[in-house]
Design a protein around this ligand. Structure first.
Ligand code: PLP
Length: 351
């Protein structure tokens, strides 16, 4: 008789919030909607409820389109905001540039104009400098500015910074996309509603993140300015992001957004990152390289120490050349996880 493989131990590392578990309230939401038949493709009551909740957060003009993943949210959004001759201005570190296997180029046929941004944040001056070539038939036409909140480097744009970038984009006729895979972490960090960082700051289309904040799978395109998009419904389907049994994707987003689960999860992850940063700063030789404003800590530590630590606590090296590493905290990271890691870090550091 063969035995099923044992479950792996329930270890928690710092590699990514994608590696975290699913929040129990989200699992419960599956069970709640798992009865009877409902119309498919988003005509169900659960997705209807999600529409209401999203408008409560983002304003009456907001339209939500649940999708399977963050890359899909970004690519469908950018397609809906652009033409076949368009370019998108974004920071060099943008996930759409570095970690989506060229989906924006392959699926949307876009050119990304990437801007050096050591802290992951685009400035209004850079929008002015990099959105150029209007009316020049030799040049891709700038159509969209895409920013990430919180950024891939763990920093956050304030509402004012976002509004300034959006104003610079709009002045030049560009619209604004926000990759909000971790927008909950940014809102929790700043203590402001989601709306303050999006609708009220002039963002036109948001990729709203769920998976990194306790969902099993599920993100949403939230169109904040309907005048900025065309054909989102058709593009979602033709880009393979339309779920037939959508009620199960929507139920997770409802569980996250109906009460304050989105905020509690994100605030907890941020608090764990702050705890980790404080402990790491106290270890001689550890250099924290970015402001810790959300749920991610970047640091430079000796490569051999990183290798030994990784055997017990998974995490990624961000920059092989400098030895910079990334530690991500999640809604299910515990203070004991952080303290154990910090103690191991202190023990592994030379001298
Ligand atoms: C900032 C950001 N945007 C988008 C994504 C893409 O999400 P997915 O892996 O679900 O496509 C990620 C995933 O790590 C991310 O960190």
């Amino acid at each position: 008789m063969t035995h099923p493989p044992e479950n792996p131990p329930a270890a928690r590392g710092f590699a990514s919030d994608n590696q975290a578990s699913v929040h129990p309230d989200v699992l419960a939401a599956f069970a709640e909607v798992n009865a009877g038949h409902q119309p498919a493709y988003g005509d169900d009551a659960v997705t209807g409820r999600l529409r209401e909740i999203v408008r409560r957060h983002f304003g009456d003009r907001a339209e939500v389109y649940p999708v399977f993943n963050g890359t899909g949210a970004n690519v469908v959004s950018l397609q809906a905001m652009s033409e076949r001759w368009s370019s998108v201005v974004c920071p060099e570190s943008a996930h759409i540039n570095t970690d989506e296997c060229g989906a924006a180029e392959k699926i949307a046929g876009l050119k990304l104009v990437t801007v050096p941004a050591p802290d992951g944040k685009l400035t209004p001056g850079q929008v002015e400098r990099y959105a150029t070539g209007f009316g020049n038939v030799q040049r891709r036409q700038p159509a969209v500015v895409s920013i990430t909140q919180s950024t891939e480097l763990g920093t956050v744009y304030t509402a004012e910074e976002t509004a300034a970038v959006a104003a610079a984009a709009h002045e030049r006729g560009l619209t604004v996309h926000m990759d909000g895979a971790r927008i909950a972490n940014a809102a929790a960090s700043l203590g402001v509603p989601l709306r303050a960082l999006t609708t009220d700051a002039g963002v036109d289309v948001l990729s709203f993140g769920g998976t990194k904040n306790g969902l099993l799978l599920g993100e949403a395109i939230v169109v904040l300015n309907p005048d900025a998009v065309r054909g989102v419904d058709y593009l979602r389907k033709s880009s393979m992001q339309l779920a037939s049994k959508m009620r199960y994707v929507s139920a997770q987003l409802v569980a996250l957004l109906e009460g304050d689960l989105w905020l509690r999860n994100a605030a907890h992850a941020n608090a764990m990152a702050a705890r980790l940063a404080a402990a790491a700063r106290a270890v001689p030789g550890v250099e924290i390289t970015q402001p810790v404003q959300a749920n991610t800590v970047f640091a430079v530590i000796p490569k051999d120490a990183a290798e030994r630590l990784r055997e017990r606590f998974p995490f990624y090296t961000w920059d092989e050349a400098t030895g910079e590493v990334r530690w991500v905290c999640s809604f299910d990271t515990t203070a004991a996880d952080v303290d154990a890691f910090a103690a191991a870090l202190a023990a592994e550091m030379p001298g």
